[in-house]
Design a binder for this molecule. Structure first.
Ligand SMILES: Cc1cc2nc3c(=O)[nH]c(=O)nc-3n(C[C@H](O)[C@H](O)[C@H](O)COP(=O)(O)O)c2cc1C
Length: 171
């Protein structure tokens, strides 16, 4: 287990995977990390689909060019019907909740020696058609999953963070 700050720095978007299959226990562990995520009023308004059969993976891969030939892809949805809604402005938080769960999943993947990327670029309507079980969910992200290919390294963007001073004000 790495130190958390180190984990936060080291996690990167992995876009090339080795042939090595991902063990079921590791997928279970990253799902456990997602379930541990906080959600507004503990509503837990999200759902994940572990897309793992070659047929289903091919069906999903046809909906995005950002599949990176992964053998497993986790699809993440937010359920607006179960969302907490802030009464002052009517803002629903299901997408925020799902995103926190997704972030846990991503960090856990790296901690387990796996790689993934948060993929937002996919044809939502095509996914809905290919996976009718996602009906009613806002589709938040896809996480292609695998062991990083040998020699895989973070893209230059990984280090292009704005300085804290530009992102944060102390008031
Ligand atoms: C909401 C969101 C959507 C993203 N969508 C994609 C995507 O569709 N394809 C992709 O290759 N990377 C995608 N990324 C990854 C970002 O490009 C990446 O996180 C960013 O460039 C920083 O690099 P790093 O993750 O290696 O630190 C997405 C990230 C986030 C948070």
């Amino acid at each position: 287990m790495t130190d958390f700050l180190q984990l936060a720095h080291d996690r990167y978007s992995c876009r090339a995977f080795s042939e090595r299959p991902v063990e079921r226990e590791k997928i279970d562990a990253l799902l456990e990390a997602a379930v541990a995520a906080p959600t507004a009023v503990d509503r837990q308004p999200w759902h994940a689909w572990v897309v793992e059969t070659p047929e289903a993976v091919a069906r999903l891969a046809a909906c995005t060019r950002f599949h990176f030939d992964a053998r497993v892809i986790v699809m993440l949805g937010a359920d607006p019907a179960r969302s907490w809604v802030r009464k002052y402005d009517g803002r629903a938080f299901a997408d925020v909740d799902a995103s926190i769960a997704g972030t846990h999943l991503m960090l856990a993947a790296h901690d387990l020696g796996l790689g993934t990327t948060w993929v937002g670029h996919f044809d939502v309507n095509a996914v809905r058609e290919a996976f009718p079980e996602t009906e009613g969910y806002d589709l938040i992200a896809l996480f292609p999953l695998g062991y990083p290919a040998e020699g895989d390294a973070p893209s230059p963007k990984h280090l292009e963070r704005l300085p804290v001073s530009e992102l944060v004000d102390w008031v």
